[in-house]
Design a protein around this ligand. Structure first.
Ligand code: CUA
Length: 188
């Protein structure tokens, strides 16, 4: 028979009912486990943010999402990789349902690369392009290779097929960026 000191019922506790203090102990144990899990996740965010520069783009720059194709920085002729006078590379991309334009860019290794990306429609993932905003992230790739970049923000039916590729070539092999090479990974 269970003890009646914690029994809130006016009658004896039926068999099989777990006493309140035991329920409280179990709930507290779970609460500690959950808080521990939360702590681990928060620590992972802080550590990756500090060591891998994984954080939301910090610049707040707006753009008219309806007009961005028609002129200015994100006009078609400006998209893709462009060499800057200081030797760095700027990549401009548009993320739209359901592709990145261009969907593959070539950049040299060991060179500062600045990605500038925006969206005319909904929120996509990569650098989290939000319509009306320009996201910007700087990266330097130390290892040549192909990097697949999925859209990691659900953006409707075609989301799963939305990928971009960044092809990092060794710095000395990096081709001069022809108008075609700027927006394509095809061999030239
Ligand atoms: Cu674009 Cu998901």
């Amino acid at each position: 028979m269970a003890d009646n000191t914690t029994n809130p019922l006016p009658r004896p506790r039926p068999e099989g009912i777990i006493p309140e203090d035991e329920v409280t102990r179990t709930e507290n144990r779970w609460l500690i486990i959950m808080l521990g899990g939360l702590g681990v996740m928060m620590a992972a965010i802080v550590v990756t943010g500090a060591t891998h520069a994984l954080h939301p783009p910090s610049n707040v720059e707006t753009i008219d999402p309806v007009m961005l194709h028609l002129g200015g920085e994100f006009a078609e002729s400006n998209l893709g990789a462009a060499a800057e006078p200081d030797g760095s590379v700027t990549v401009r991309m548009i993320a739209e349902q359901y592709s990145f334009v261009p969907d593959c860019v070539q950049v040299p290794a060991d060179t500062p690369v600045r990605f500038r990306i925006t969206s005319p429609d909904v929120i996509h993932g990569f650098l989290l392009p939000v319509p009306g905003y320009v996201a910007e992230v700087r990266a330097t790739f130390s290892r040549p290779g192909d990097y697949n970049v999925p859209c990691n923000e659900f953006c409707s039916y075609g989301h799963h097929g939305m990928w971009a590729r960044v092809k990092v070539a060794p710095r000395e092999q990096f081709p001069e960026l022809s108008p075609v090479g700027r927006t394509s990974c095809a061999k030239q």
